[in-house]
Design a protein around this ligand. Structure first.
Ligand code: ATP
Ligand code: MG
Length: 141
């Protein structure tokens, strides 16, 4: 067992739908510690930087436009195997393929507007957490 940190984002579609509270309730029910959270409005440059690994993908521009359409809420979650456990709670990228009871099954609108983000590896988390939060903004306990 390893204690890990992961970067989660409640994406603009979920903020706009007013389901932030329901998603955070699932985070807490699953036993994650929330070390940091803030509502932000990303610029196009912010989104392009965050999703740089996807810059050659055909959906890159559309994804960056979506992520800047309104505020989103990045969080840092901590727990045992937090990276995989948060991705399990999120469900498949495409909500049509997401398992029953997952966040994307219940709250996502499409493969693009899919409610939440989660780091996909420890290496990604180590880049993504400081993209949004300084060490002073993390509240370990
Ligand atoms: P995330 O990185 O947001 O946690 P993921 O790891 O499940 O999601 P990725 O393959 O990393 O999925 O894609 C990043 C994001 O790009 C997806 O969450 C989704 O918003 C968008 N996306 C992925 N595939 C497509 C697609 N085929 N068409 C449109 N948007 C897509
Ligand atoms: Mg991903």
């Amino acid at each position: 067992m390893t204690t890990q940190r992961t970067l989660a984002i409640i994406k603009p579609d979920a903020v706009d739908k007013g389901v932030v509270g329901q998603i955070i309730a699932r985070v807490e029910r699953a036993g994650f510690k929330i070390l940091a959270a803030k509502l932000i409005q990303m610029s196009l440059a912010d989104a392009r930087g965050f999703y740089a690994v996807h810059r050659e993908r055909p959906f890159f521009q559309s994804l960056c436009d979506f992520m800047t359409q309104g505020p989103c809420l990045p969080l840092v979650l901590e727990g045992e195997n937090a990276i995989q456990r948060w991705r399990d709670l999120m469900g498949a990228t495409d909500p049509a393929k997401a398992a029953a009871g997952t966040i994307r099954k219940d709250f996502a609108s499409s493969i693009e507007a899919n409610a939440v983000h989660g780091s996909d590896s420890a290496e990604a988390a180590a880049v993504e957490i400081p993209y949004f939060f300084s060490s002073l903004e993390l509240c370990p306990r």
